[in-house]
Design a protein around this ligand. Sequence first.
Ligand code: MGP
Length: 252
Amino acid sequence: MVEKPDEQGIHQWLDAEQFPEHLKKYWFQRFKIWQKYHEGIWMTEDSWFGVTPEPIANKIATHIAESAPKDKTIIIDAFAGVGGNAIAFARSGRWEQVFAVEKDPKTMKCAKHNAEVYGVDKKIVFHTGDCFDIVKRFMGKNNIVIFGSPPWGGTEYNADNIFDLSKMQPYSLDALYKKFSKLSKHIVLYLPRNSDLNQIARYAPEGKKVEVAHYCILGASKALCVYLGDFDFEGDAEVDGDVSASLEGPLV
Ligand code: MGP
């Protein structure tokens, strides 16, 4: 797809010279982030560091598809960004409905376009607005899984050895949990690889465990996912291609 973006702030960077210098490391990762990058992916500057690389997005989509209770038929991607995760959920074919929520209109335009590149734009319901409002809209339904890949407060998340999730900006882990758990107890959060596991363990329901999976590329963890709720993982470690996931638990 060669359609060009016609709005300031939305880009289809096709050569290194036009690419912003301060984001250069992502230029070299572009085909790892989007396997169809050359088919005309649209990006905003900020989305480069927040987007989930495609092999990881696919792996997370597979994990959620396989482990979520079968009666959960709707998945909400609460911070959809330019669409990486929502596209993977739609491609998995597991869900009756995939909702992608993004509050920045330009970022949302990228998500819609990128879903078209991957041929799944008709399989996703896009909602431009605040994810906590959409949570209110679905209140009362009990067939929902919420996935959230929130902002971590910038690229400095790994300045400390252990990332304090109570200081995550603009929403702390606790703020996200409080809002999302009103709608569903099945919540998956994509968080910094150096997140404080003790803070995460506090969200395990009494007598149950919380699963944490590291997602790696070429052996290096890029991020982890916390699975809160009745997700059923059979194995406790697996490796698939260059993405590996080890499931740790119980933590409490
Ligand atoms: P990174 O730390 O920018 O890259 O992000 P890299 O190459 O691992 O770092 P380096 O230490 O090797 O230089 C790693 C991954 O974390 C990205 O691919 C994103 O998926 C994810 N990520 C990074 N940030 C800053 C965010 C964020 O704010 N929100 C979310 N949801 N994901 C992020």
